[in-house]
Write a protein that binds this ligand. Structure first.
Ligand code: LMR
Length: 334
């Protein structure tokens, strides 16, 4: 590829050429900011996208991944994307409410997906596309859905039945559905940026939290939580999004290369998510700091009974038709 450096080596005549062809010389920078560790499904997906995007655009694009809230925390990163300070993000689906896209909170409803297969019928189908369309007038284009996994609950006391949550301060992401979920359990929900959770757990600002094992492990939350219940009561995944003006302004050939990179990075990220979470859970069990509890069928029935009323309670916020569309896609009825 023609670069400023290689042309510079040709001497003064070539210098004239470089100024005539500035677009070929400077790669287009895509800043991709996220809040989790590199060694997670999202972190690895972002690294894969970086590698493939640079390959498929022949170096016309330089993807710079900033993990671990290095650039921005949860709320700030969405503002930065809209302002064009970063070009790409992959926020969790629970973080779109403050943007005015509260339909995405459908993914937070307890027990709405009974596994990855049911979830993929939504994220890889028409409902997923329709949700992305709702972002366009906010200056955002949705590119892909990336999996993380199903959440476990943790605290310093056992969490076997809903009664065990009474009065516990539980950190949540900025989703009204998660707020309703914790209220339904009798807990006190507290919205907090992901980067602040470890310290809040360590100092007792909050008593517990929920997250898939990969996030819990890579943030070392298991070192400050004595108990965890493998409840799989809800899903946490991502929408990879890009600043619409930036995306629409790209040369079509470059955009096609990025789309190909995103398709392959998505297959990769979604292919490793379950295994990454299984490995993280095993690593936390091996570390021996947290006692992990599997729900008995009787306990699970109590969780389901306490949490499923959240579906009706949140229907007016999410939109009853969105909830019905998700349930129709997964085959779980409406
Ligand atoms: C959280 O805030 O708990 C998660 O959204 C973090 C993430 O991006 O996985």
């Amino acid at each position: 590829m023609l670069t400023r450096r290689s042309l510079g080596a040709l001497g003064a005549a070539a210098l004239f050429l470089t100024t005539a062809l500035p677009a070929l010389a400077e790669p287009i920078v895509i800043k991709f900011s996220h809040v989790v560790a590199p060694d997670t499904p999202k972190g690895k997906g972002a690294a894969k996208f970086e590698e493939l995007a640079e390959k498929y655009t022949n170096g016309a694009v330089d993807v710079q991944v900033y993990p671990n809230s290095q650039l921005y925390k949860d709320k700030e990163e969405l503002e930065a994307l809209q302002l064009g300070a970063v070009q790409m993000l992959a926020p969790s689906l629970a973080k779109f409410g403050p943007l005015g896209a509260q339909e995405f909170e459908v993914f937070d409803l307890p027990y709405i997906f009974d596994g990855y297969e049911a979830l993929h019928k939504v994220t890889q189908g028409e409902v997923g596309k329709a949700l992305f369309a709702k972002l366009e007038d906010k200056g955002i284009t949705g590119l892909a859905y990336w999996d993380n996994g199903f959440k476990i609950m943790s605290a310093n006391s056992p969490l076997n039945t809903p009664d065990d949550f009474l009065g516990l301060k539980m950190r949540i992401q900025s989703s009204k559905v998660l707020e309703a979920e914790m209220n339904a359990l009798g807990a006190v929900p507290q919205v907090m940026a992901f980067s602040e959770v470890y310290q809040a757990l360590q100092t007792g600002v909050v008593d517990g939290t929920e997250n898939p094992p990969s996030n819990m492990f890579t943030q070392k939350m298991h070192e400050v939580q004595k108990h965890a219940t493998i409840s799989n009561h809800g899903y946490l995944g991502y929408a990879v999004i890009v600043n619409k003006k930036f995306w629409d302004g790209l040369d079509p050939e470059v955009r096609a290369g990025l789309e190909q990179a995103m398709t392959e990075a998505t297959d990769y990220a979604n292919g490793i998510a379950k295994e990454e979470n299984d490995k993280a859970l095993q690593a936390m069990k091996d570390a021996g700091k947290t006692e992990f509890h599997e729900l008995t069928p009787e306990e699970k029935a109590l969780w389901v009974e306490a949490l499923t009323p959240v579906h009706d309670e949140m229907a007016s916020r999410i939109g009853a038709e969105t909830i019905a569309a998700v349930k129709a896609a997964t085959g779980s009825g409406s």
